[in-house]
Design a protein around this ligand. Sequence first.
Ligand code: NAD
Length: 333
Amino acid sequence: MYNNIDFNNKTILITGGAGFIGSNLAFYFQETFPESKIIIFDCFRNEEVFSNGNLKSFGHYKNLIDFKGEVICGDINVQNDLKLLNSYKFDYIFHQAAISDTRVYDQKIIMKTNVNSFYDLLEIAKKDESVMVYASSAATYGNLPSPQTVGQENPENPYGYSKYIMDQIAIRYSIENPDMTIVGLRFFNVYGPREYYKGNTSSMVIQLGHQILDGKAPRLFTNSNQIFRDFIYIYDVVQANIKACAPKQNGTYNVGTGIPRNFQEIADILQNELDTDIGTEYFPNPYDGYQMNTKADISSTRENLGFKPKFSLEKGIKAYIPEILRLHGTDTS
Ligand SMILES: NC(=O)c1ccc[n+]([C@@H]2O[C@H](COP(=O)([O-])OP(=O)(O)OC[C@H]3O[C@@H](n4cnc5c(N)ncnc54)[C@H](O)[C@@H]3O)[C@@H](O)[C@H]2O)c1
């Protein structure tokens, strides 16, 4: 337990609950608060793809095997689907549903899915007097130098912009509705169990892990020991969501470790854990203006949410290894 909120007998909505972070939240509640009533709302995947070849949504039933709560297949863009939520009164809403692929450039569909639906969910939260915790993103910062700090944003793709606009909406809504609890969490690079079905948008931890298990040298951009990210293990992200339910004040908060690590270190920790020594294969970074360093400024997250990340990269990867092994060679469809 991360704080003293008792979620037993509470009604909890998790949008995007068939995805990576949402399904981990669902299992956290199921295991820690067996009397909680958990409702997952997710459109699940179909076979449609964006022009980048990736699926339009990544929700997968395999993330929910053993989940005993309610599951509703619905689209947050469709009013009639949202009406299915009218028969509940939610105490907590964890809004994770989104187009989470940062390399989708169809601005219309991103803005519709990530932004318009947020107004609807805020209205539900207002009507039900629910606590609203929603997923924002480090992509709101674009290529600004680290440490990334709330209040200094410069999104450089439609996804980052959509999250930035959600944060502005949340701030306005908080001012207009001072009794509501509304917290946005800007996740940095999350890794851990139940991300596998995101395919090539899953973290480099599992992708490199599977390359190594295939007997291949992990493939990294040239100079990967100089490309830093703030990698955060899924359990710390769950912790942040729970702590966000009792904030000292509403707002937008970074969720990272505050300790940037480089991609070479991921490959090296994996090889150490998997007991291999097959070197690294380098190839040129094809992206212009690539972000070279992220480091979340988590001072306000510590102060106002009481957030304390517990997983170093070494500890997170170690905890993740059994799942990386289990999924190796299985398909993502
Ligand atoms: N994983 C990360 O590193 C990371 C980093 C920053 C922010 N985020 C944000 O956190 C949230 C969860 O991310 P995730 O990694 O679990 O991604 P995910 O893609 O695994 O989960 C998103 C879920 O939303 C569902 N969804 C998409 N469109 C929908 C729609 N129209 N109606 C209903 N459901 C829909 C998908 O089916 C999927 O299950 C997202 O909002 C994402 O933008 C994630």
